[in-house]
Design a protein around this ligand. Structure first.
Ligand code: ADP
Length: 513
């Protein structure tokens, strides 16, 4: 019959229509036109008759599977899906026969044996009168996407394994604070047996569980709530938050120190989506620190008494030898006294540091005329300095409530630093200003200054900018730590403004009584 073959397949297999195509042809007047379109789309288009024999195979299908139209016409598509169960293929065809479109992802094999993944949509082909005459399948190559998905799955699995084996605890919370990931270490640090157990609980139950069981405190023994934790800050959008937290488990009586770090993950609109928290166990290190603090406390306390004796007897000897008119040994003893006083200052500072750490540095509460306190300290300091002129500018006439010895200690420290870190003879200027609620005393020097990157850290315990081997300005980095604690305890603030080689100005602001 002339209509058996509409057009013979060319070597490239451009068009090929087999027996049964006459019905399709009759069904559509613009067949030639549509066939050209089908040929030129990049998707692979395969048409089969109702028995599943291929009656149309376009260029896209050749490009996808490597088989030409000649190879495939008359065959079934089973050859393309050797790994798919033929019964499954039949069952899918049945579904389509009932008029449902079939959409699926299949693993196929090309002519050269390469495996590919295709996305396929198959529908029933009908005449304009509605009679089913075959199936039309449109397939797309999705191998690259599938491979990427597989790689992602593998790296997700690897990541999970890595996170599980990290020595730090890790948790991830969504924007409402609900826990969406925790590794086993994280669960154990929170008092749970496993991550699984923790993840089954909702936010409220989880918090109630932790609050019931775990007591959280900061390094000064002050209680910490969930709102104080770094996670809460990260969920509010703070880019990084860190805290040292002591966790005491009331149930089993255990306790641990952890440094908790949190940072947010933002979505594309800039809203916080998750907070990632990392808990590192610092118990061993903190216990060592505590033992060191205790040792420093005991040692400095024990050293105080012999130093007091040494100083007392040195002064007694000086007086006696002066009376006997012996200037040479007096000069030596005076040098000795200066060194004893230095030793005394170091030991007192160490004792103060350990008291601050233990939270028991005592403060008196008295009314202080701040101007005269600053003048007294400056006068005393001036007596010790032959190289620097200390000048006070301004007055506040203000009174504050506090401990004059402790505040005197702060001014002494700032003035002695101003002299110590200004190697050339020169000037130290002190300014006193007052506003409605605050009195501010600033100590300005013209010495070596402090580089920006050190300006926060110099208030930390034992922090020194100076090289440890530099013996020109000795010290142990305790003065500013003690000073800032004293100022804080008076409800005030201590800060510095400086640039390297341009001197430094230390400011103390205190609330007016
Ligand atoms: P110390 O002077 O005993 O080292 P401090 O706590 O008083 O301890 O000071 C900490 C560090 O800050 C010092 O070691 C020094 O590097 C720096 N510093 C303090 N005051 C000044 C200043 N006026 N000019 C320059 N550097 C300073």
């Amino acid at each position: 019959m002339s209509e058996t073959i509409f057009r013979k397949p060319s070597a490239a297999g451009r068009f090929a229509f087999f027996h049964g195509f006459s019905a399709w042809k009759r069904a559509n007047e613009n067949l030639q036109f549509q066939a050209t379109i089908l040929e030129n789309v990049s998707e692979s288009i395969i048409v089969t008759d109702l028995q599943g024999h291929i009656i149309y195979w376009n260029e896209g299908a050749t490009a996808l599977f490597g088989y030409s139209a000649q190879d495939m016409l008359g065959n079934t598509t089973a050859i393309l899906y050797p790994e798919t169960d033929p019964h499954q293929l039949q069952a899918d065809l049945e579904q389509i026969r009932e008029g449902k479109a079939y959409i699926g992802e299949w693993k196929g094999r090309c002519k050269d044996g390469t495996a590919i993944w295709i996305d396929i949509k198959t529908t029933l082909l009908r005449t304009s009168e509605g009679a089913a005459i075959g199936f039309i399948g449109v397939a797309k190559d999705i191998t690259a996407r599938k491979q990427l998905e597989e790689q992602l799955r593998q790296s997700r699995d690897q990541l999970k394994i890595i996170l599980q084996h990290i020595a730090d605890g890790i948790t991830v919370q969504d924007r409402n604070g609900a826990l969406i990931y925790v590794n086993d270490v994280g669960a154990k640090l929170s008092g749970f047996d496993s991550a699984q157990e923790m993840l089954t609980l909702d936010v409220k139950t989880l918090r109630a569980n932790i609050v019931d069981r775990i007591e959280m405190k900061d390094e000064f023994g002050q209680p910490i709530s969930f709102a104080d934790l770094p996670a809460a800050k990260a969920l509010q959008g703070q880019s990084y938050a860190e805290a040292l937290v002591h966790y005491g488990d009331r149930q089993i009586g255990s306790s641990l120190w952890s440094v908790v770090k949190a940072s947010p993950i933002f979505d594309e609109t800039g809203q916080v989506q998750y907070a990632v928290n990392i808990f590192s166990d610092l118990t061993a290190r903190m216990e060592l620190e505590q033992r060191k603090d205790e040792f420093i406390g005991i040692a400095s306390h024990e050293l105080k008494t012999p130093i007091t004796f040494l100083r007392g007897f040195t002064q007694l000897l000086i007086r006696k030898l002066k009376k006997q008119g012996l200037p040479e040994p007096v000069a030596m003893l005076e040098k000795m006294e200066t060194q004893i006083m230095r030793l005394n200052k170091l030991v007192s500072d160490l004792l103060d540091v350990s008291k601050i750490r233990a939270g028991n540095l005592d403060y008196a509460e008295e009314i202080i005329a701040i101007d005269s306190l600053v003048h007294d300290i400056a006068d005393t300091m001036q007596q010790f300095s032959t190289t620097h002129t200390i000048t006070i500018h301004g007055a506040s006439h203000a009174h504050i409530v506090g401990d004059s010895d402790r505040l005197g200690q702060v001014f002494t420290n700032l003035i002695s630093n101003a002299v110590k870190y200004s190697p050339q003879p020169g000037q130290v200027d002190i300014y006193i200003t007052v506003s409605q609620n605050t009195v501010t005393v600033s100590v300005r020097d013209y010495g070596i200054g402090i580089p920006k990157e050190h300006q926060q850290k110099i208030f930390d315990r034992f922090y020194r900018v100076t090289d440890v081997h530099d013996t020109t300005s000795p010290g142990l980095g305790m003065g500013l730590y003690i000073s800032s604690e004293i100022v804080k305890r008076h409800g005030g603030r201590l800060w510095v403004e400086s640039a390297e080689n341009e001197g430094a100005t230390f400011f103390i602001s205190l609330p007016v009584a």
